[in-house]
Design a protein around this ligand. Sequence first.
Ligand code: HEC
Length: 184
Amino acid sequence: MRSTPVLLLALLSGAAFAGKKAPKTDSSASPPPATTTAPATEAAPAGHTDEESTPGPADLVKFRQVAMGATGKHMKASMMMAKGRVPATPESMQAQAEGLHALALDLGTMFPAGTDAAAVPDTEALDAIWSDPTGFQDKVELYKTETGTLVEAAQQGDLEAWKAQLGQVGHSCGACHDTYRQGD
Ligand code: HEC
């Protein structure tokens, strides 16, 4: 792994991942360009059920970005505990670890064919996800395992073991981002 110490430092300094986004436009802060679909806040008109049953690529990308954003928040909350800024209670450690693990279990489903940058320019997912599916799946599996171990450490309530495992989880984020996400 090429950037292990840097990654761990970034984690321990609380920079985590949310700040590492490529400078893409935040669609919530500016009006969407005319070519995009309606914002998610607009309820679908009654009767338009056929459109709901076939999600478009833009929504599939948005969904995984939201899920990854939630992952980033769980990681940040965990880092606040790890650094002692808030109490690391067993309940809080478990809640954040379970959130990470639950989203990890679903991650493998979030990159269907047809959701690459050619289809949705806004995505940070790199083509390697689809050209090297085995390698990508390996990173998903590693991440599932590491977050599962984090849940176990949280359940055991051993603060030092949990902190060490949080570092391992951070490595597994970076291991995937290094190869499969633009900008890392
Ligand atoms: C198996 C691969 C993989 C793993 C593991 C992974 N990510 Fe990601 N992550 C991605 C990809 C790919 C994207 C880009 C998604 C897109 O733009 O379509 C991404 C995007 C993100 C984003 C930006 C979301 C947004 O709003 O656009 C954040 C934040 C993030 N990841 C945090 C994390 C954290 C924190 C972890 C570990 C706790 C993690 N990721 C683990 C692949 C992964």
